[in-house]
Design a protein around this ligand. Structure first.
Ligand code: GAL
Length: 371
């Protein structure tokens, strides 16, 4: 907002100088044209007028160039986050803010409060304010069609983040890109973290890995794939598995703690592995594990995803078996790069609208690299 006002003001100033000059020219020219009518300018006034005209033209050109530079270096960006009260999306939001503001953009962040209707209003408001581009972390993946339709009708370049629509949905609009990660990879890595333990997750040696699964919001593909691919990695390695419980914890630390507490009370030592779809729930589960007198990496394994600072500390202390880096900074940088490509006029063909950033396994051996 501020920037475009500034640009408009500068452009207006330039136009005013320019039209004042043009007027000056006019009034200077008229007497010339009517010179035969006996209203001729003296050589002194003519020279003075010419000098004034030149100065004014220079000022106008300078102001116009300045206005152009301001437009190129900045712009108004609207960012919609599904909810501010999400640990990973907070690190992501901070990374976006740092990069965008560092590049001279004016950024407004909106909290969708996990309510799609609220987010729809926020998107419409941004459109009414004529933002230059949008970055949207949808509340519901199922709302993708509607969101895409809205931004397409408004012709606003848009980058979707964190919650991936299908390639078919995205193909409806060629000024639309998704930047995120392939959640299958993070699930597979979680399984590998368990397979890399001395007893491959079979602590009691009964020939099977007995686990509980604390799932994120199941509407979200990250939750679906991490749940599926973590266990698939174990099976693909020839291990037998037993699911003791699967419950949704909606990415939330308190829910992770409650689910783990109840399961530990119910299944006790039978639980060998606690899979959490993200770190915040894993930190909650760790509280329950410790309260139950269990010891991670000795009588139970615990893995998460995201590499939040708190989880990195627990991996380093031996209180989490491992986590998987969900690269917030890399995704934020990718999102801004894609946004700038769109602002530069690039369009994306169907099937080429998803840009992925790799996950990385984090263990006690390499955790220092991430801290
Ligand atoms: C995931 C992340 C979770 C949560 C979720 C929100 O990628 O691992 O912690 O932030 O996104 O959609």
């Amino acid at each position: 907002m501020k920037l475009s006002k500034k640009v408009t003001a500068m452009a207006m100033a330039a136009m005013m100088v320019f039209s004042m000059t043009a007027c000056g020219n006019d009034s200077a020219a008229k007497p010339d044209a009517t010179a035969t009518g006996g209203n001729a300018q003296t050589p002194e006034t003519k020279a003075a007028t010419e000098a004034a005209t030149q100065a004014a033209t220079e000022a106008a050109t300078q102001a116009a160039t300045q206005a152009e530079e301001t437009t190129a270096a900045g712009g108004n960006i609207g960012v919609c986050i599904y909810k501010f009260d999400d640990a990973f999306m907070t690190t992501y939001r901070n990374a976006l803010q740092e990069i965008l503001e560092g590049k001279g953009y004016t950024v407004t962040f909106m909290d969708g409060k996990n309510d799609q209707a609220e987010q729809n209003n926020q998107i419409n408001n941004f459109i009414a304010q004529k933002v230059d581009a949008l970055i949207i972390n949808p509340v519901m993946t199922s709302a993708a069609d509607q969101i895409i339709d809205t931004v397409k009708n408004a012709d606003i370049p848009t980058v979707l983040i964190n919650r991936e629509p299908t390639a078919e949905q995205m193909s409806a609009y060629d000024k639309l890109v998704y930047v995120g990660c392939d959640a299958r990879q993070s699930g597979t890595m979680q399984g590998e973290l368990i397979l890399d333990t001395p007893n491959k997750g079979d602590i009691n040696g009964d020939g099977k890995i007995s686990y509980i699964m604390i799932q994120g919001d199941p509407e979200n593909v990250d939750a679906q794939y991490r749940t599926e691919f973590s266990v698939k990695a174990l099976k693909d390695a020839g291990m037998e598995v037993e699911e003791l419980d699967l419950q949704r914890g909606d990415w939330d630390r308190n829910k992770g703690q409650e689910i783990a507490q109840n399961d530990l009370a119910k299944f006790g030592d039978e639980i060998e592995v606690v899979f959490c779809n993200n770190d915040d729930m894993a930190i909650g589960a760790l509280q329950a594990i410790q309260a139950a007198g269990r010891k991670v990496n000795e009588d139970i394994y615990l893995v998460g995803v995201d590499a939040l600072d708190a989880a990195l500390n627990e991996v380093a202390n031996g209180n989490m078996t491992g986590t998987v880096l969900n690269d917030a900074k890399g995704q934020a940088a990718g999102a801004v790069e894609a946004m700038e490509a769109l602002l530069g006029g690039k369009t994306y063909a169907s099937g080429e609208q998803s840009i992925y950033v790799d996950y990385v396994k984090v263990t006690p051996e390499n955790v220092a690299d991430f801290q």
